[in-house]
Design a protein around this ligand. Structure first.
Ligand SMILES: Nc1nc2c(ncn2[C@@H]2O[C@H](COP(=O)(O)OP(=O)(O)O)[C@@H](O)[C@H]2O)c(=O)[nH]1
Ligand SMILES: [Mg+2]
Length: 393
């Protein structure tokens, strides 16, 4: 590791210096405020920021590996005949590939195979549903739809049984009516909460796994609060692991002319919140951690004055149900007030949103639907969410 100390008038100035000098992979080791007297000596000392940064020492050149001595290859008789055979097969395969390419140049075989596999799996699921005697006959199409949406089969079957037991038999064959009822039942199990941008003061902190879109979502929310609701907004980041992460948020803050503080621990966060006392909205970004990294999640939990904040768990909708559940459990050591779902635009199905919402009972605050800042963010009501999950027209 190479360590270097940088002194500048502001954090952002120091960060630019570090990045230019040590590159984006540099890590911030410490930050402190120092007072320095510039010339002439009787001038009142000015406050500077002193940052110690470190970077892996890549200047130490790796010794080239010693060339292995060439050992002469000797073949047994059976090896030699196997080699001849393999060469012949690969030549044949090459010929076949050429014929296919020549005659079926417009067919994407990988795509075709994927579609056939997909059709087969849909067919398999349909057969399973139709053979399942516990599913009321009239509700099979609805169950099929819920399964396709990725809704927990236990929950969708429970809803179906409730409907079939409580509705007159002749109404069960009315597809539109049952679909509306099914959608309503899904909606009733989803809680939502909206940030009231018109209230006086709010400190919102995003936590969650790496790469889910926390920083991007903070930029979207900060811009919404500032541009749409004309609020004074400030940003704090606890994501100091890589200088590139600090820079990512700093560049958003700069574009929007918002003040930003870098914090390393709970005291820094508390001080920064105090410093931004006259701002109506403060957004806090945190380092992403894998849901399997319990130690680091504990570090995040320890650095947040959670009782002062609205901590929102940020989850990407384009991952497996089990991963979402695992993240919810791991990050659950922080008192979470609600959830944000990102990458809606990249998800094959959205059932996992319903499944975790049902299990956790946590309200959903926002949906991020793309990379554009600030446009790609949505607030939805439960019925809209249910329609989106079931992909109702
Ligand atoms: N498709 C899509 N990409 C997103 C969305 N939100 C963020 N991203 C992208 O996901 C990547 C990681 O985002 P970032 O905010 O750095 O994630 P963080 O590690 O949680 O802070 C970036 O390339 C973002 O542009 C979204 O809603 N949809
Ligand atoms: Mg980030």
């Amino acid at each position: 590791m190479r360590y270097r100390t940088y002194t500048a008038r502001s954090q952002s100035e120091a960060i630019i210096k570090i990045k230019n000098d040590l590159g984006p992979d540099a890590t911030i080791v410490s930050v402190k405020k120092v007072k320095k007297r510039s010339f002439p000596h009787w001038i009142i000392p000015k406050e500077f920021i002193e940052i110690v940064a470190a970077v892996e020492d890549s200047s130490v050149k790796q010794k080239p590996a010693k060339k292995a001595e060439a050992t002469p290859i000797t073949y047994k008789k059976e090896d030699a005949s196997r080699l001849v055979y393999e060469r012949r097969v690969s030549k044949d395969l090459y010929e076949i590939k050429k014929i296919i390419e020549k005659n079926f140049s417009d067919i994407d075989f990988a795509d075709l195979l994927k579609r056939i596999r997909n059709d087969l799996s849909v067919l398999k699921d349909s057969i399973k549903i139709y053979k399942d005697k516990s599913i009321p006959f009239e509700l099979r199409e609805h169950i099929k739809k819920a399964d396709k949406a990725g809704i927990d089969p236990n929950l969708s079957r429970k809803f179906a049984t409730d409907i079939s037991e409580n509705l007159p038999h002749d109404e069960l064959s009315d597809y539109q009516k049952i679909n509306a009822l099914f959608t309503k039942m899904i909606a009733q199990s989803i809680n939502v909460k909206n940030i009231d941008f018109n209230q006086d003061k709010k400190v919102v902190c995003l936590i969650g796994p790496t790469g889910v879109g926390k920083t991007t979502t903070i930029a979207k929310l900060a811009a919404t609060a500032m541009i749409k609701h004309k609020k004074d907004v400030a940003i704090i980041t606890l994501d100091t692991y890589r200088i590139a992460a600090v820079e990512q948020l700093a560049s958003y803050a700069k574009i929007m002319s918002m003040p930003m503080e870098v914090a390393f621990d709970k005291t820094d966060v508390e001080n920064a919140i105090k410093k931004f006392d006259n701002y109506q909205f403060i957004f806090i970004d945190t380092a992403g951690r894998s849901q399997k990294d319990a130690d680091h999640i504990k570090e995040i939990a320890d650095s947040l004055p959670a009782e002062e904040l609205d901590v929102l768990l940020t989850l990407a909708a384009n991952v497996k149900d089990e991963d979402i559940e695992e993240s919810y459990k791991s990050f659950g050591i922080v008192p979470i007030k609600g959830m944000i779902f990102t990458k809606i635009d990249e998800a094959n199905n959205l059932g996992s949103i319903f499944n975790i919402s049902f299990k956790s009972r946590l309200p959903i605050y926002f949906f991020a639907t793309g990379q554009r800042v600030p446009e790609d963010i949505l607030v939805l009501e439960p019925l809209e969410i249910a329609n989106m999950i079931l992909r109702n027209e």
